[in-house]
Write a protein that binds this ligand. Structure first.
Ligand SMILES: Cc1cc2nc3c(=O)[nH]c(=O)nc-3n(C[C@H](O)[C@H](O)[C@H](O)COP(=O)(O)OP(=O)(O)OC[C@H]3O[C@@H](n4cnc5c(N)ncnc54)[C@H](O)[C@@H]3O)c2cc1C
Length: 264
């Protein structure tokens, strides 16, 4: 069971940051869905709800998403999903259920860098940046390699760059954690792939050439080269070998979507 001694509704990010860095037992609280499953003794739970960080703002360059935006907002946002081929609808839509997604936040999903994260996989497939209160703007692909610290994630920024993206995940049963997550992005003739739930944190693989996206031999060779660049592990949901096999299938399905779906 977890415990919280004080619940603090802060009135600025500075107040939240100063409080968080004072003591390791002071923690930001997002939707409290993950935290409440643990057994931490929290001294001060820091709630950012009053800071207006629950908005998705679009400008000409991209989308700025506040850390208190919930997963259902990502799933339903028309601008975001029209721009990125529905990837956020597809990635969020399998996470537990609507009531859950109405509460789980972007900050609570990205900052902990969960291995199983559909959310991280989808954002990594786009040109995404995290905005940290103290650490400034960091590309998401670099953020995934950084160790969690006392900073606060305030926003995530997704740049519009005309890429086409597709998302697939595989679960043993609907609403369970994924066995594997996969996203493929295409910018003109360059393809990149994100594989998550390996079971380690999602990784972006760039620079593998796919000479003929319509040829099944080229696609197989592409998928195998991507897989060879990643480390896979085993857990109760599947072995490393099973995940490698699944990766080839999911990469193939994503390639089907981004090469054949003219609407996207
Ligand atoms: C039963 C269950 C099933 C799940 N299944 C899936 C799944 O299939 N796919 C998937 O992708 N995810 C899944 N998740 C994870 C879920 O989607 C959320 O990512 C998770 O609940 C955390 O979000 P939250 O808002 O509840 O964060 P909280 O539980 O409130 O916080 C989580 C952590 O993030 C920190 N934090 C929160 N906000 C910030 C911030 N702005 N800056 C810095 N640190 C912050 C907190 O201090 C805490 O350490 C599941 C979670 C649960 C509990």
């Amino acid at each position: 069971m977890y415990t919280i001694k004080n619940y603090c509704m802060v009135s600025s990010l500075e107040e939240a940051y100063e409080l968080k860095k004072k003591n390791r037992n002071n923690t930001i609280i997002g939707g409290n869905l993950w935290l409440k499953m643990g057994s931490r003794n929290i001294m001060n739970a820091i709630d950012l709800s009053l800071l207006g960080l629950d908005q998705i703002e679009e400008d000409e360059e991209g989308f700025r998403i506040g850390c208190m935006v919930n997963l259902r907002q990502l799933e339903m946002d028309k601008g975001l999903n029209n721009t990125f081929c529905g990837i956020f609808s597809e990635a969020m839509g399998h996470i537990v259920g609507v009531q859950f997604r109405n509460c789980a936040t972007v900050g609570g999903s990205i900052f902990p860098r969960f291995g199983f994260s559909d959310v991280l996989t989808a954002f990594l497939a786009c040109d995404s940046y995290v905005e940290l209160y103290h650490g400034g703007t960091v590309p998401l692909k670099e953020f995934t390699d950084m160790a969690p610290d006392q900073d606060i994630l305030t926003h995530i920024y997704v740049r519009k760059d005309q890429r086409r993206v597709a998302y697939q995940s595989f679960r043993i049963t609907e609403t369970d954690f994924p066995v594997l997550t996969c996203a493929v992005a295409r910018q003109e003739e360059a393809f990149s792939v994100v594989i998550g739930a390996r079971p380690a944190c999602a990784r972006l693989v760039e620079g593998v050439s796919l000479s003929d996206p319509k040829s099944s031999d080229c696609r197989k060779a592409f998928a195998r080269e991507v897989i060879s660049r990643l480390e896979y592990g085993s857990n109760m949901r599947g072995s490393a070998g099973y995940r490698r096999e699944l990766s080839e299938i999911l990469i193939g399905r994503c390639l089907d979507r981004i090469t054949e779906d003219e609407l996207c």
